[in-house]
Design a protein around this ligand. Structure first.
Ligand code: ZN
Length: 202
């Protein structure tokens, strides 16, 4: 499956000068919500991701996503896997599980994001599950930004991947775009100002 082409076809691969949530700058930005606005595409991607997970033979009971970014991908994945779906959300900056969601003792969870970059939010959601006695068996995302190592790829994880070594990460593809520390950013050097996608109608 050519996930990059699907993003391009949905005008979800934006080109410009972006400030990412990690603080780094990039020429490209992936707007997964644009891909997932078509339920047929969401279903297609989630079914492919579900197949990878099922083929691996791991056992799971539910999917949990960090809000807001992971919600649609996580719900679509849970639908494809035919399991429960819950989500974690930030309250005063801290990832929390609310809304009456119950984490069952010993239940096996897959943490699902739209895109895994350093996996920071996904890991915070995982810690909430574990705090309540659940077990996190894997992480999943539609695409991996190439810092973490996904199952089936021999790309070595980078030091900024926050997932513990040996963690299973399922993703449909690796998207490897160059990212810059703001002080070394060539676009900043040309005088352009980076903006955070979403803040200007994007
Ligand atoms: Zn820049």
């Amino acid at each position: 499956m050519n996930v990059e082409q699907i993003y391009k076809d949905s005008s979800a691969l934006l080109e410009g000068h972006f400030k990412l949530s990690s603080g780094n700058h990039s020429k490209f930005y992936l707007q997964s919500a644009k891909v997932l606005e078509d339920p047929k595409t969401a279903k297609l991607l989630a079914q492919a991701l579900a197949k990878q997970i099922q083929d691996s033979g791991i056992k799971y009971d539910a999917v949990c996503s960090p809000a807001l970014g992971g919600l649609i991908a996580g719900f679509a994945l849970a639908t494809a896997l035919d399991v429960r779906f819950i989500f974690a959300e930030r309250v005063d900056g801290n990832m929390t599980i609310r809304r009456g969601f119950e984490v069952k003792e010993g239940a096996k969870y897959i943490i699902c994001e739209d895109i895994i970059t350093t996996a920071g939010s996904a890991l915070e959601a995982a810690k909430e599950i574990e705090k309540d006695g659940g077990e996190v068996v894997a992480f999943a995302a539609l695409a991996n930004r190439g810092f973490c190592q996904r199952v089936g790829s021999d790309i070595e994880p980078k030091s900024n991947c926050k997932l513990p070594k040996g963690t299973k990460l399922f993703a449909l593809d690796d998207f490897r775009f160059e990212m810059f520390d703001p002080k070394d950013c060539p676009m900043c050097k040309e005088g352009s100002i980076a903006y955070k996608p979403g803040s200007r109608g994007n």
